[in-house]
Write a new protein. Structure first.
Length: 258
């Protein structure tokens, strides 16, 4: 799988996982590791799940790139210069305690520094990448409907994600669990992730089929995936939640797209 490496002029030297190089404070390069996702058609949502995930419907996406890892504390510090949360775990741990509005400020500043056009993934892009994109082994259910895997990677959840049963009640460094078929890490567990879309409980019934962007407006933004605090049943790639744009949580972070 082709990976995209983007060099960004910043304050600190960071590894592809955004860990701070403590031995070279004067270095001015950060490497953001992205994974190229070939677009295609997939069935988004889940007919047997909660109401806001129904109905499963066909979506077509164009090519895009998505972060191999969740954005870390070190990356946030390198761009913003301050730690937003009183809970700081490690340089390579996902940044938490950031609102959707905070993330927009981070992206704006990062793009100004780098010349790139980073953004949050759309809800459809997030689910497609979590499923493994076109690399996923799709299968048929008893109604001859094409369905994908429930989790982002291997069937044994302990190998691919941090959740209530194995997290020991805290977040963990990115990339320590197995990647999915695209080479993307931590889309099952570790932290929930902001996406760009406004939340609509019945939005899926509208069945946008090509590069959906979500409702035109709303009160809350969509959050995708489970976290280190989630029970196993909450780790599905179709799980979606609603948070106010200024809301924050110790188990909520994000990853970039472009």
């Amino acid at each position: 799988m082709k990976k995209i490496l983007s060099s960004v002029a910043l304050m600190l030297a960071l590894t592809p996982a955004f860990a701070t190089d403590k031995n070279d404070k004067d270095a001015k390069t950060v490497t953001i590791e992205m994974v190229q996702v070939k677009g295609g058609r997939f069935d988004m949502g889940e007919d047997s799940a909660a109401t806001d995930r129904r109905p499963a419907h066909s979506v077509i996406l164009k090519d895009f790139t998505i972060g191999k890892y969740e954005v870390t504390e070190a990356a946030w510090m390198a761009v913003m210069g301050t730690m937003p949360s009183k809970y700081s775990y490690c340089d390579d741990c996902p940044i938490t305690g950031v609102s959707w509005n905070d993330v927009q400020k981070f992206i704006e500043k990062l793009n100004s520094m780098s010349g790139h056009h980073y953004r949050l993934p759309t809800e459809a892009e997030w689910e497609f990448a979590a499923r493994g994109g076109m690399q996923e082994h799709w299968r048929y259910n008893s109604d001859d409907k094409v369905i994908g895997n429930r989790h982002s990677g291997r069937a044994v959840v302990q190998y691919i994600g941090w959740f209530e049963r194995n997290s020991k009640d805290h977040v963990h460094p990115v990339g320590k669990k197995d990647a999915n078929k695209l080479g993307v890490h931590d889309m099952t567990g570790n932290v929930e992730e902001w996406v760009n879309d406004w939340y609509g409980k019945n939005y899926f019934s509208k069945r946008d089929v090509t590069n959906p962007q979500g409702p035109d407006g709303g009160i809350s933004k969509v959050v995708r995936g489970g976290s280190w605090r989630s029970e196993k049943e909450e780790l599905s790639v179709t799980r979606r939640s609603a948070y106010l744009p200024d809301e924050k949580s110790i188990s909520l972070g994000f990853r970039l797209a472009e």
